[in-house]
Design a protein around this ligand. Structure first.
Ligand SMILES: Nc1nc2c(ncn2[C@@H]2O[C@H](COP(=O)(O)OP(=O)(O)OP(=O)(O)O)[C@@H](O)[C@H]2O)c(=O)[nH]1
Ligand SMILES: [Mg+2]
Length: 275
């Protein structure tokens, strides 16, 4: 079985950094992973992507030749990918039994109302991939409840559209310093919808209260508002996030266990010393 993580989230929330953090971590534990870049505007990468959308189309060319602005150009590039999806199919066919980390562009429209990501997921599924969506929100989203609400809505919109296993990650936890451990923050990781409603009502005018209630109810019904905090400087935190993803796509259940081979090696070694 093949596996993929689709790394999504608003502009600048740390998607590319997340991808290279996971890559570094996987390399250090001897796991095979490949980076896939789906951002036609990406400029540089810590790791060279194994598959790169810029080999098919770049934002620079679209802006130059078609006179699109940067946002329209980006949507054009991804629509071009969807219209030439055989390109992606051919590329991902080469990665039997591997794990792809897919770095997406940071334009929120791609997750909320364009069917682009849905098409990409359908292609991955068709090619035999189990895909997990990792939706990143920057830790600044837990600094006030209004922002948190907006962030949750965008995460939920991606989740509802894509219909794949999904986790939410709160990135850049290192920026919060000591506050990262505080009770005030922890209540956002797995928030109680009633507390959320109380908080958001305090900050908005009474006119908004019934809308707030409806939104909280929606969040509650989807039962998805939980976030895994990620501090990229803390190895345990990276391990925890990856284990949530592995769990969501059942990675490891069908991977050949390492022991038998190791045991053979040991046996061979034994033979060498068997006088
Ligand atoms: N302190 C800190 N900074 C981070 C972290 N992750 C990302 N950044 C910084 O945030 C900025 C954006 O990070 P990227 O990883 O490029 O974010 P992105 O989501 O890929 O951005 P786009 O592709 O433009 O949407 C960079 O300046 C990073 O150095 C983090 O965990 N901690
Ligand atoms: Mg990026």
């Amino acid at each position: 079985m093949k596996h993929a993580i689709l790394v999504m989230g608003p502009a600048g929330c740390g998607k590319s950094t997340f991808c290279s953090t996971i890559l570094t971590h996987c390399q250090s534990i001897g796991r095979s992973v490949h980076l896939v870049n789906l951002d036609p505007a990406a400029e540089h990468f810590e790791y060279k992507p194994s598959i790169d959308l810029r080999d098919l189309i770049t934002l620079e060319d679209v802006v130059e030749e078609l006179q699109y602005g940067p946002n329209g150009g980006l949507v054009y590039c991804l629509e071009y990918l969807v219209n030439n999806i055989e390109w992606l199919e051919e590329q991902i066919e080469n990665f039997e039994d591997d794990y792809l980390i897919i770095d997406c562009p940071g334009q929120i429209e791609l997750y909320t109302h364009f069917p682009i990501m849905k098409n990409i997921v359908a292609t991955l599924t068709k090619c035999g991939y189990r895909t997990c969506g990792a939706y990143l929100l920057d830790s600044q989203f837990v600094q006030d409840v209004g922002k948190f609400f907006a962030g949750v809505m965008s995460a939920m919109s991606a989740m509802v559209q894509l219909e794949i296993p999904h986790i939410n990650v709160l990135s850049k936890m290192d920026l919060l310093g000591d506050r990262a451990e505080s009770y005030e923050l922890e209540r956002y990781f797995d928030p109680d919808p009633n507390l959320l409603l109380e908080d958001v009502n305090k900050e908005s005018s009474p006119k908004m209260h019934s809308l707030n209630r409806a939104l909280v109810q929606l969040i509650e019904e989807f039962n998805m508002v939980s976030f895994i905090p990620l501090n990229i400087n803390d190895e345990d935190s990276v391990t925890l996030v990856l284990s949530h993803i592995d769990n969501a796509i059942q990675y490891g259940e069908d991977v050949e266990p390492k022991e038998p081979k190791d045991m053979e090696d040991v046996e061979d070694d034994d033979e060498m010393y068997d006088f």
